[in-house]
Design a binder for this molecule. Structure first.
Ligand SMILES: [Zn+2]
Length: 200
């Protein structure tokens, strides 16, 4: 369900798209609105100007919003875009933990929603030679590549196991802290003493 505010943000995205067109770029504009309703970032396509195939409006807006939020995750944010996002941009929105993507025009050929990603999704296995070293059987580098794959997989597994253990230990430590105890309050530094408020 789209509100009047959603429509206003979509119109802002359209104005950014027009600016992209005037600059000789594919006309797409995007903005990121935080969970509190504040506009965190605006961007338009800049692939030509930046000589960057990834400089889609959505990616640029998500990057700016994350810099502003000083966090890679934009929990609860909404991404508004004048055109249905491609798979890269939809993936970027997922990685950024955006809660909602509202787009104006459908992109029947490249849209992430239309036809399940459409031509772009079909192009992944067709246009890319995707080779997994874990399955390497032929070629003089096969054995060495399989060894790298085994190390990479093991190290990633260890990383996530360490992170899960640390999270579990932190949760257990938090559960041990007596709620509202005077001693506990005195023992720990006040959060404000160490973390000055960040400017908006
Ligand atoms: Zn895109």
């Amino acid at each position: 369900m789209l509100s009047a505010l959603d429509a206003r943000h979509l119109r802002s995205a359209l104005l950014l798209a027009r600016a992209a067109a005037r600059a000789g770029e594919v006309p797409v504009g995007a903005l990121v609105v935080g969970a509190d309703g504040a506009v965190l970032a605006r961007a338009r396509n800049a692939a030509r100007a930046r000589a960057d195939a990834c400089a889609h409006a959505e990616v640029l807006a998500l990057r700016r919003a994350a810099r502003r939020a000083r966090a890679p995750r934009l929990d609860g944010a909404t991404l508004y875009v004048s055109l249905e996002p491609c798979l890269m941009c939809a993936g970027a929105a997922v990685a950024a933990r955006v809660a909602r993507v509202v787009f104006a025009a459908r992109s029947p050929k490249f849209g992430a929603l239309s036809a399940g990603g459409g031509a772009w999704l079909a192009a992944v296995p067709r246009a890319l030679a995707l080779e997994c070293a874990e399955d390497a059987a032929a070629g003089e580098g096969a054995a060495a590549a399989r060894a790298v794959a085994a190390e990479a997989a093991r190290e990633l597994g260890e990383f996530f196991a360490r992170r899960r253990r640390a999270a579990a230990e932190a949760a257990a430590a938090a559960a041990r802290v007596p709620a509202g105890g005077a001693e506990d309050t005195a023992a720990r530094p006040l959060p404000t003493a160490r973390a000055p408020a960040r400017g908006a």
